[in-house]
Ligand binder design. Structure first.
Ligand code: NDP
Length: 480
């Protein structure tokens, strides 16, 4: 059984306490590796290593840092197949998805920020003949990055790449549910030429390691992606310490479909936006609202497509859905399906655990589930389920669609299907979410601001926003 070790000061080491946590394989439900069960001592050692490394990393300049990050991207890419298999095994997602999306995106994250720092511009503000101002942006020093289990390496690198590129040293914690690919990446850092202590990866439980990162007085900024409740806890600790905070939290995303859309394209994409990665993408649409004249046609065609999806072995290229990430998560998702029935919903397809044969019999599989007949205010339509479960409902007017779409505490992403250009602009402007996709889903340009409104988060990541988050801006004003 493999041991997943911490990366502290350039060395791969067990936790100071010498204890371990089980790492499960969702496809079989079995333990297949053990994870360093770290605590505040490991975090303190990482912070010390990061502080010591900071002058060296900063001293390498943009060119030097860019080269290291490009090299790391190259090393991951050279090993893409092994990374994809590891991600699939650790998370339960189909290996073809990890091969096509997760790992290439992790590579792209490094490449993007390694290049971005070479093209960054600073501002200057001239005050006629009075003074000239320029903005001096410096790295913060030691920063903390905490990421979730749904897109493990993809989201881990989405944080550490800009943090490192901007010149910071990092103490990072992947989710203890899916730590394997961060560990594989840790094994490549020295080969990429990264000085020891620049990136430290501390594995372990959120309430222990995550909390220790949040509480450490020398960690001046926290970039967190995860659930809204965890985000609240982090904010409670970090805000009185005046740490910079970027919080990317949960969602309950609406998909609004008008009768004038391109039906076939909408249908194909809506199956993906509902069930890709077993519905465990914060950007998946979970509340599908359909203009009434199209409702029955959509419902029948959608349910037919969903019934044809194959839930199977994540290693099988023919599987559309693999396993959900853990036993407790499966139970949580199933409990929401029970709740939906209690609330009066009709399950049109799915609605239960799937038992596969042989070795996979104890794996955590759920049939993709479509529910109708629920009002917008019920818990099923208000709370994040984060699994392969969607509700569908008809609407009559644009106003009604907007009010239902905006009627949750969340505001991460929305999807809009219409060929009416004016309506698309009108709706996009009024939808309360950090992203509005019109006639598409998951099209991502890494230069754009990424984040949520309301309880979906605070702050934006991506492009220049991420580089700004990981730096302190100083106005230098010189009298002319
Ligand atoms: P959690 O909030 O449970 O965990 C996220 C990370 O925080 C994990 O590394 C976790 O560690 C850690 N953590 C847990 N408790 C604490 C704590 N008290 N202090 C500091 N860190 C802590 O989220 P999940 O991993 O369950 O991820 C799913 C959630 O993430 C969903 O709500 C989803 O919407 C959201 N998400 C948001 C995205 C966005 O961009 N807005 C993108 C992707 C997901 P551990 O796992 O070891 O407990």
């Amino acid at each position: 059984m493999e041991d997943i070790l911490n990366l502290i000061n350039g060395a791969l080491v067990p936790a100071a306490g010498g204890t371990w946590i089980d790492d499960h394989e969702p496809a079989t439900g079995r333990v297949y590796a053990r994870i360093a069960d770290s605590d505040e001592r490991d975090v303190a050692a990482s912070v010390k290593a990061a502080q010591d490394a900071f002058p060296t990393w900063l001293g390498m300049g943009r060119e030097g840092r860019s080269q290291v990050l490009h090299r790391l991207a190259e090393l991951i890419e050279q090993d893409l197949e092994a990374f994809a298999r590891a991600e699939s095994r650790d998370n339960g997602k189909p290996v073809h998805l990890a091969r096509k999306v997760d790992i290439p995106r992790a590579v792209a994250n490094f490449r993007f920020f390694a290049s971005a720092i070479l093209h960054e511009q600073s501002e200057a503000h001239l005050m006629d003949d009075v003074a000239v101002n320029y903005t001096d942006r410096s790295p913060i020093g030691v920063v903390g990055c905490i990421s979730p289990w749904n897109l493990p390496l993809y989201l881990f690198t989405w944080k550490i790449a800009p943090a490192l590129a901007a010149g910071n040293c990092v103490v990072a914690k992947p989710s203890e549910v899916t730590p394997m690919t961060a560990y594989r990446m840790a094994q490549l850092c020295a080969k990429a030429g990264m000085p020891p202590g620049t990136l430290n990866i501390v594995h372990g439980l959120g309430p222990k390691v995550g909390a220790a990162i949040t509480e450490h007085p020398e960690i001046k900024a926290i970039s967190f992606t995860g659930g809204t409740r965890t985000g609240q806890q982090i904010a409670r600790t970090a805000a009185p310490m005046f740490k910079k905070l970027s919080l990317e939290l949960g969602g309950k995303n609406p998909v609004v479909i008008f009768a004038d859309c391109d039906f076939e394209e909408m249908l194909r994409t809506t199956v993906l936006s509902s069930f890709r990665n077993q519905g465990q993408i914060c950007l998946c649409g979970s509340r599908i609202l359909v203009e009434r004249p199209l409702y029955e046609r959509f419902r029948d065609a959608f349910v037919e497509r969903v019934k044809a999806l194959r839930v199977g072995d994540p290693a099988d290229p023919g599987s559309d859905l693999g396993a959900v990430v853990s036993g407790p998560h499966m139970e949580k998702v199933l409990s929401y399906i029970t709740l939906a029935r209690e609330e009066g919903g009709t399950v049109l397809c799915g609605g239960e655990r799937v038992r596969l044969a042989g070795d996979l019999a104890d794996g955590w599989y759920i049939a993709p589930t479509v529910i109708e007949g629920l009002g917008p205010a019920c818990r099923t339509n208000q709370e994040e389920i984060f699994g392969p479960v969607v509700t569908i409902a008809p609407f009559d007017t644009e106003e009604e669609a907007l009010s239902v779409a905006n009627g949750t505490p969340y505001g991460l992403a929305s999807v809009l299907w219409t060929n009416d250009l004016k309506r698309a602009h009108r709706m996009a402007h009024r939808l309360e979410s950090g992203i509005v996709w019109v006639n598409c889903w998951m099209v991502r340009d890494l230069r754009t601001p990424f984040g949520g409104m309301k309880q979906s988060g605070v702050g934006r990541e991506g492009g220049v926003e991420a580089l700004r988050f990981f730096t302190e801006a100083k106005n230098v004003c010189i009298k002319l």
